[in-house]
Design a binder for this molecule. Structure first.
Ligand code: NAD
Length: 436
């Protein structure tokens, strides 16, 4: 099949590459000329495990192309996939301007049957808006399908190739057959496509992300209670997770959720609900809890240093909003760093993949360096992302490099007993504080 993907970010690049990998000819379109130039030359623009190898192979075999030209890019494509940003607008609702602009342009371009697939996360009713925008200038037959994407950054290729489910919202039998063929290579073991109407598909995505965010905020509140009651959230997590109705995943407390999806999607669903006269109370609380949780380490650090952080060197391990990605959008690390800078501390930070993005975001205000360079003479270390390489570090080296053996762990990476034995002052989330 010939496929065009409009928007070549995390979702678009993974989608384009994975569909090329299953034999399709894919043209990825983006308005960012620099990104298109790099990708055309074989320079990958995001870090995503396993993606680069597939990207290079499909580029070499001419199944994957990149362009800034919408008209040329969609020319022969039966399928046009929209993987465009839907950032929060000023009032929290999803900003659909990129999607509706492209829909408007497509209306002027297409002259024969196409299936327009919306992979972006969009509020209920967007498929109808896209339909209307295209129809305004278009005489050709076309179908608009809602096909929200569920990939997780850090596991995007795996998730795309082996999805738990593929949600497809369409009332068109013709589009349904085409989409079934498109996903057939990924459904060989069993067919996990769930067909439904467009509105239900759009809402499924928001409900899924909001539910996961709810699990996180719930556990973060349980962690707060643990600290107050002297209980251990790690034990409670195990006690809860073994109940199959609850499940083991997504029960880890920490310094809150970030990323480009959960915060914006929860906000957008609350806003959409308001639009139909409904106050989604649970989700309002989920957001409130998360706002507090993102910064929860700051008062603890201040307390430890008697409210005087001026000139204190704080090292930060982990900048990405979660491990295995270079994405720092809404990352808790950035909220913490900004607060600590306001308090007058010096920040030295390390992340295996997200340092270039952090430099762009925070400029020269912080020092960036190697994992052990940044802890040299530090007064405290903050762990903000649970990258695997932080799990079993060289503790002797840490002890000799750090000015004070003080760790504030926002991701519960270490065992309490071990930290006590090693002589660290160690605060984590929902567990007792230990010190030598
Ligand atoms: P992104 O910001 O990484 O990528 C969007 C791309 O679209 C950018 O490269 C941008 O230059 C390009 N773009 C913007 N306007 C354009 C236009 N008019 N024409 C062509 N290109 C244009 O965003 P993303 O993370 O890939 O997310 C895309 C959508 O998918 C969002 O709705 C998001 O909520 C959803 N989603 C994201 C993830 C994720 O993990 N990132 C997962 C599932 C769903």
């Amino acid at each position: 099949m010939r496929i065009a993907v409009v928007g070549t970010g995390y979702v678009g690049l993974v989608t384009g590459t994975c569909f090329a990998e299953s034999g399709n000819t894919v043209t990825c379109i983006d308005i960012d000329a620099d990104k298109v130039k790099k990708l055309s030359k074989g320079e990958i623009t995001i870090y995503e495990p396993g993606l680069e190898k597939l990207f290079l192979r499909n580029l070499r075999e001419d199944r994957l192309k990149f362009t800034t030209e919408l008209a040329g890019g969609v020319k022969d494509s039966l399928l046009i996939i929209l993987a465009l940003p839907t950032p929060p607008g000023g009032d929290g609702s999803a900003d659909l301007s990129a999607i509706l602009k492209v829909a408007d342009d497509l209306g002027k371009i297409i002259s024969d049957y196409r299936v327009i697939i919306d992979k972006s996360t969009v509020p209920v009713g967007t498929a109808e808006k896209v339909q209307t925008a295209i129809s305004a200038n278009c005489k050709a037959e076309f179908d608009v399908v809602s096909n929200p994407e569920f990939l997780r950054e850090g596991f995007a290729v795996e998730d795309f190739m082996k999805p738990d489910r593929v949600i497809v919202g369409t009332g068109s039998q013709k589009a349904r057959k085409i989409i079934s063929d498109l996903y057939a290579p990924f459904m060989r073991q069993d067919n996990r496509i769930i067909f439904m109407d467009e509105r239900s598909a759009e809402l499924t995505k928001y409900a899924a992300n909001s539910f996961l965010a709810t699990k996180i905020s719930f556990m973060n509140e349980v962690a707060i209670l643990c600290e107050k009651f002297g209980a251990d959230v790690d034990l409670i997590r195990r006690g809860l997770g073994t109940d199959e109705r609850i499940g083991k995943r997504f029960l880890f407390p920490g310094i809150g959720f970030g990323g480009s999806c959960f915060p914006k999607d929860v906000k957008a669903l609350v806003k959409s609900a308001k639009g139909v006269d409904y106050e989604f109370k649970i989700l309002q609380a989920v957001m409130e809890v998360n706002e507090k949780q993102k910064l929860s380490l700051v008062p603890r650090i201040k307390k430890y240093f008697n409210n005087d952080l001026k000139g204190k060197k704080i090292a930060v391990w982990g900048l990405a909003f979660k491990p295995n990605t270079d994405d720092i959008r809404e990352a808790p690390s950035l909220f913490i760093i900004r607060e600590l800078l306001k308090e007058g501390s010096q920040i030295a930070a390390f992340d295996p993949e997200a340092m270039a993005n952090t430099r762009r975001e925070l400029g020269e205000n912080i020092e960036l360096g190697g994992q052990y360079d940044v802890i040299k003479n530090c007064d405290a270390l903050v762990i903000a992302t649970e990258w695997n390489e932080f799990r079993t570090p060289d503790f002797d080296k840490m002890s000799s490099l750090m000015k004070r053996k003080v760790i504030f762990d926002g991701r519960n990476v270490y065992e309490l007993q071990k930290m006590k034995e090693l002589g660290f002052y160690y605060e984590s989330i929902g567990r007792k504080t230990v010190s030598a």
